[in-house]
Write a protein that binds this ligand. Structure first.
Ligand code: NAD
Length: 439
């Protein structure tokens, strides 16, 4: 089957490469000339484990190709995926659908055969109706069906998630849409990944409901962590104690600096806007958005406190370890590190940082931060270290070396990577998240 993927970012490129690996013939399209040029030269525009190898083998097998020319890319494709960005619209938090609609328009103008147009981008309820309207207005002269197929992959584990998904959700309104989508995902039927056929609107809402629910879970445990600090409990014990209950589940119960990334912040906001438009408030999600926003700066203040408070902190130096919103990605969108770095800058603290993959994307977002080539270069002369992202590279830091080169052995561990007793025995002042008065 020939598939066209319009938008070759984190989702489009991974999905396209995986579909090719399933045996489909895939063309990844992007209007970003540099991105396509890099791909044509075998260079990955993003960091995602295993992606370079997957792309290389499928290009070699002639199942995967790249172009900036949409008309050429979609010619003959039975399924045309839209996987462009849907960022928060400046000013009001609604999902910005201009990229999705621009693609719909272009596809409508160039459709040269019968095809299913599939929205993989995360889009608010009703977007499929509008995509269908745009296509119809273009009078494409071919049969088409508009389907919703939201993506649930996680950056950093994207290929595994795409190839072995917990479920595939397909929102289709007719048999043509359903039958083409069945063909697209046939290799996964064989893996027995559950595939849910629902209405297009249910499918669109499912993606937002899933992300909002996960954001609720994270924020819930973060607030329990704060309470643990006050009452002298250990949030990791509480999380394990509730997580072993199958009705709750143990995933997404890790206390930390607040959720970030390219999806949760914008998708929770967009869901609030949908709820507002339909006069059907989602008050839990409203609270979650507020709590999470406040938490990021609160983490910066935690570091200021570790430096001895606002007066003492001014002029001091902090080493930030990890900048991306989670490990194994170079994605800096809405990372908590941005608010933490800003809070420290506002308090007159100088920051040096190291991240294994994210520094290039991070630098323009935090121009005041001095990027270093390894963790120890960032730590040299620091009055405190803050561990923001739990990259493997930070799990076994050389504590002796740190003591020798840091000005003061103070570690604020926002991911609870280390054991408090261990760090204290090593002579550190150690603060973490939600581990009682001793944490
Ligand atoms: P991205 O910014 O990495 O990629 C989007 C790409 O689309 C860019 O390369 C851009 O140049 C291209 N593009 C924009 N307009 C175009 C056009 N008219 N023609 C061709 N290409 C065009 O975004 P992403 O992270 O891949 O996210 C895409 C969508 O998937 C979003 O709606 C997002 O919410 C959703 N999503 C993302 C993730 C994730 O982990 N990143 C997970 C699930 C769902």
């Amino acid at each position: 089957m020939k598939i066209a993927m319009v938008g070759s970012g984190y989702v489009g490129l991974v999905s396209g490469a995986c579909f090719a690996d399933f045996g489909h013939e895939v063309v990844c399209i992007d209007k970003d000339e540099t991105k396509i040029q890099r791909l044509l030269h075998g260079m990955m525009p993003i960091y995602e484990p295993g992606l370079a190898e997957l792309v290389e083998s499928n290009v070699a097998a002639r199942r995967l190709s790249f172009t900036t020319d949409l008309a050429e890319g979609i010619a003959g494709a039975q399924a045309i995926f839209i996987a462009v960005g849907t960022p928060s619209r400046r000013g009001d938090g609604h999902a910005d659908l201009s990229y999705v609609y621009a693609v719909a328009q272009e596809v409508g103008e160039h459709l040269s055969n019968d095809a299913v147009i599939v929205t993989k981008s995360t889009v608010p309820v009703g977007t499929g109706d509008e995509v269908e309207r745009i296509l119809r207005e273009c009078n494409p002269g071919h049969r088409f069906s508009v389907v919703s197929n939201p993506e649930f992959l996680r950056e950093g584990a994207a290929i595994g998630d795409f190839k072995r998904p917990d479920r595939i959700v397909i929102g289709a309104e007719d048999d043509f849409g359903r039958s083409v989508m069945r063909e697209v995902y046939r290799p996964l039927f064989l893996n027995e990944s559950p595939i849910l056929f629902v209405s297009r609107r249910s499918s669109e809402l499912t993606k937002y409901a899933a992300n909002a629910f996960l954001a609720v879970k994270i924020t819930f445990i973060n607030e329990m962590a704060d309470l643990c600090e006050k009452v002298g409990g250990n949030v990791q014990d509480v999380a394990r104690g509730i997580g072993l209950d199958n009705r709750i589940g143990s995933k997404f119960l890790h206390a930390g600096p607040g959720y970030g990334g390219s999806c949760f912040p914008k998708d929770t906001l967009a869901l609030l806007k949908t709820a507002e438009d339909y006069d059907s408030p989602v008050r839990i999600v409203e609270a979650v958005v507020k709590v999470n926003d406040a938490r990021k700066r609160a983490m910066g203040r935690k570091v200021v406190d570790a430096l001895g408070g606002a007066e003492e902190a001014r002029g001091k130096r902090v080493a930030m370890l990890g900048l991306t919103f989670k490990p194994n990605t170079d994605d800096m969108r809405d990372s908590p590190s941005i608010a933490i770095a800003q809070t420290l800058a506002d308090a007159g603290v100088t920051v040096a940082a190291y991240d294994p993959e994210g520094m290039e994307q991070a630098q323009p977002l935090m121009p005041q931060v001095d990027m270093k080539q390894d963790p120890y270069a960032a730590i040299e002369g620091a009055d405190a270290i803050v561990l923001v992202t739990e990259w493997d590279a930070f799990r076994a830091l050389d504590l002796g070396r740190i003591k020798a080169i840091a000005k003061a052995p103070v570690l604020v561990d926002l991911r609870n990577v280390y054991k408090p007793e261990h760090l204290r025995e090593a002579g550190f002042t150690y603060l973490s998240v939600g581990r009682g008065t001793s944490g």
